[in-house]
Design a protein around this ligand. Structure first.
Ligand code: SF4
Length: 566
C-alpha cells in the first residue's frame, strides 16, 4: 500500500506518510521496517511507558494477498519488560484488514489525556472515547467495538486490564484469542491510554506481477499441503508437539531443573484433542489451521482459544502441573486479562522455585504458599498480576525484576530480561546462541533450531539443514546464524514460521508481489541487516556482550530424560 498511518494521541491528530521505497526494499516490512523506522525516531533515554515511545503495528508485502499463512502483524516499541528492543507478532486477520483499510503500518505516538480507542475504516481515522470500555476484558472489548461500529467483521486489537495496569508482560489481543504477547507491547498501549484500534477496509493489495504471483502461490500452497509438519499441526495444533518435546527433553520441567517428568504425558495434544477440542481455527488464508478452540467442563468455560504448546509448557510442566484442564483455564485467564502466557507462566514457575529453595516464604507473599504443582494458585496469581494486587505487583514486573528484588538475579530464566520460551537449549544446542543473541531477548521466533534439527523447518538452498542436535561445531554455529537471518526475513515478511515451502519460492513470491529483484543472497543480506540493526538499537540502549548469555543454571545437563536418553 506504500502508506504509513502516523497517529498522535496527544494531539488527537494523524497524518499519512509515504513509505520510502528504498527503505521498504532494504527492510522489507514487519519488524524489519519497524526497526528502521524506530531507529530513526527513538531517543535513547526514553521511558518505555512514556508518550515518546512509538508503538508500531506493521504488516509485510505479502499480507492480505492469496499467499497462504501470510496474515501476520508485527508490533514493536522499546520494551517496558526488558528495556531493550521489543517486538511481538500476532496472527488472525488484523494485518490483512489493516492493508485493506489502506495502510502497511500504523505508528502511534504520544499519550491520550483520557482512555480512547481509534477506528481506521477505509482510510478514515476517528478517535473515540474509551471510558465505557476501560476495565473490560479483551473479549468484551472486541465485542463492544464491533457493536459500536455495527460491523461484526471489524478487526480489533485491544488490551485488557493487564495492559491498562501497565503490567510489563501485558499482551495485545485480537481476533478472539490471537495475541502479540511478548515483550509487553500491551503495557506500551496502556501507557498511551489506548484501549483498542479497529480496522475495516475494502481495498485490495496491488501486485506487481499478478500472473507470476498466482503461479508461485499455487506451488507454495501445494508444498504446504504436502508438508508433513504442516499436516501434524493441522491434526493436533502446536499442542501435538508435547509428546515429541518430552521425548527429546525439549519441554522444560520444574523451572528447567527436572530432566525427566513423566506426568507431562497428561498434558499431551492427543488428550487435548480427545477430551477438550471443539475445532481447529486458522488465521487469514491459512491451510494449516493450527489454532485450537477447546472447552473446559471443570472450569465451566465453553470456548477457550488455545492452549498452544508454549502455554501448556509454561503453566504445565514448567510449574510441575499435570492438570490439563487447569492449564487450559490458565491460558484462558491470560487471554481474558491480556497477558503473555510464556512470561506469566514462567515468572510464576520461578516463584515456585524460590519457595522450594527457601528464598521466599508466605510472609513475603501476603500469606500465599506458592508451590510447584498448584494450578489453582497460578489462576489466582494471574488475576492478581493483571490487577497488580498484593504479590501480583511484583510478578507484574517480570522474572528478571522479581529475582533482582530478592537479591537472586541469577535464578531468573531470562536472556536480556525476557523469559525463555519452552524449548530447552540443552536438548537442541542451536537454540543456545539463538536465545543468547536474539535482539528481543530469549526468542524462539528468531531462529528455530529445534525445528531445523527435527526436519520441520529446513531451508536447504540457504544451507539451513537438519543436523545432530547436540552438535557444538563451528558449522552448527553458522547454520544457526543463517537460521537467524532467514527468520528475520520471515518476521519482516510477517509470514508464519509453520509455512516452509523453501526459500526460493518465498523469494519468487516477494519479487512478484513487489516488483523487486531480490536474489536469495540479497534476501539473506536483508535478514542480516535487520538482525544487526535491532542489535545496534539494543547496544544504543545499553546492552552489552555480557547480556549475550544464558543463565548459568541452564547450562547444567541432566542424567535423566530426553537430554540424556540418546
Ligand atoms: S499455521 Fe497457525 S499460526 Fe500460522 S498462520 Fe496458520 S493458523 Fe496462523
Amino acid at each position: 500500500m506504500e502508506k504509513l498511518l502516523v497517529i498522535d494521541l496527544t494531539e488527537k491528530s494523524y497524518k499519512v506518510e509515504n513509505i520510502d521505497p528504498e527503505m521498504a526494499r532494504g527492510y522489507i516490512g514487519g519488524s524489519g521496517l519497524s526497526a528502521r523506522l524506530l531507529y530513526d525516531r527513538i531517543k535513547l533515554d526514553i521511558d518505555p511507558l512514556g508518550p515518546e515511545n512509538p508503538l508500531m503495528f506493521m504488516t509485510g508485502p505479502l499480507v492480505g494477498t492469496s499467499m497462504p499463512s501470510a496474515g501476520r502483524c508485527a508490533v514493536s516499541a522499546r520494551s517496558p519488560l526488558t528495556g531493550f528492543w521489543g517486538e511481538s507478532n500476532t496472527g488472525g486477520f488484523i494485518g490483512p484488514e489493516m492493508r485493506f483499510a489502506g495502510f502497511d503500518g500504523v505508528l502511534i505516538n504520544g499519550r491520550a489525556d483520557k482512555p480512547c480507542w481509534v477506528s481506521v475504516l477505509d482510510n478514515k481515522v476517528k478517535f473515540h472515547d474509551a471510558a465505557p470500555l476501560w476495565g473490560q476484558d479483551t473479549y468484551q472489548t472486541q465485542d463492544s467495538i464491533k457493536e459500536i461500529l455495527a460491523d461484526p467483521k471489524a478487526r480489533v486489537a485491544c488490551i485488557g486490564p493487564a495492559g491498562e495496569n501497565l503490567v510489563k508482560m501485558a499482551a495485545i489481543v485480537n481476533d478472539h484469542g490471537r495475541a502479540a504477547g511478548r515483550t509487553g507491547m500491551g503495557a506500551v498501549m496502556g501507557s498511551k491510554n489506548l484501549k483498542a484500534i479497529a480496522f475495516r477496509g475494502s481495498g485490495k493489495v496491488h501486485l506487481a506481477d499478478p500472473a507470476g504471483y498466482k503461479e508461485v502461490v499455487g506451488e507454495i500452497l501445494q508444498t504446504v499441503k504436502d508438508d508433513l509438519s504442516a499436516q501434524a499441526f493441522q491434526l493436533a495444533g502446536t499442542s501435538g508437539y508435547v509428546d515429541m518435546a518430552t521425548m527429546f527433553g525439549d519441554m522444560p520441567a520444574g523451572y528447567y531443573q527436572v530432566g525427566e517428568w513423566e506426568e507431562s504425558s497428561n498434558l499431551s495434544g492427543i488428550l487435548l484433542a480427545e477430551e477438550h477440542l471443539i475445532r481447529g481455527t486458522s488465521c487469514y488464508r491459512c491451510p494449516i489451521v493450527c489454532g485450537r478452540e477447546t472447552r473446559t467442563v471443570k472450569y465451566k468455560v465453553d470456548k477457550v482459544d488455545g492452549p498452544e504448546y508454549e502455554t501448556i509448557a509454561s503453566f504445565g510442566s514448567l510449574a510441575l502441573v499435570d492438570d490439563l484442564e487447569g492449564v487450559i483455564y490458565a491460558g484462558h485467564l491470560c487471554n481474558v486479562y491480556g497477558l503473555d502466557t510464556i512470561s506469566t507462566g514462567s515468572t510464576i514457575a520461578m516463584v515456585c522455585d524460590l519457595f522450594d529453595k527457601g528464598i521466599l516464604d508466605a510472609e513475603q507473599t501476603g500469606g500465599l504458599e506458592i508451590r510447584f504443582g498448584d494450578v489453582e494458585m497460578s489462576h489466582r496469581l494471574i488475576e492478581m498480576t493483571a490487577k497488580r494486587e498484593g504479590f501480583g505487583k511484583l510478578i507484574a514486573e517480570g522474572s528478571a525484576a522479581l529475582a533482582a528484588h530478592y537479591g537472586v538475579p541469577e535464578m531468573a530464566a531470562t536472556v536480556r530480561n525476557l523469559e525463555i520460551p519452552m524449548h530447552d537449549a540443552r536438548s537442541f544446542s542451536g537454540m543456545a546462541p539463538v536465545y543468547a543473541l536474539s535482539p528481543r531477548g530469549a526468542c524462539h521466533l528468531q531462529g528455530d533450531m529445534y525445528g531445523v534439527d527435527l526436519g520441520m523447518a529446513p531451508a536447504t538452498e540457504l544451507g539451513i539443514h537438519p543436523g545432530e542436535r547436540f552438535e557444538n561445531s563451528l558449522e552448527k554455529g553458522q547454520t544457526t546464524a543463517r537460521s537467524q537471518s532467514w527468520r528475520s526475513v520471515y518476521n519482516a515478511l510477517t509470514v508464519c514460521h509453520f509455512m516452509n515451502p523453501g526459500a526460493s519460492k518465498i523469494q519468487r513470491a516477494l519479487n512478484a508481489a513487489t516488483g523487486w529483484d531480490y536474489s536469495l543472497d540479497e534476501l539473506m543480506l536483508s535478514g542480516k541487516r535487520i538482525f544487526s540493526l535491532k542489535r545496534i538499537i539494543n547496544h544504543n540502549l545499553g546492552s552489552t556482550i555480557e547480556d549475550d548469555r544464558l543463565p548459568e543454571f541452564m547450562l547444567k545437563g541432566f542424567s535423566t530424560g530426553g537430554y540424556a536418553r540418546f
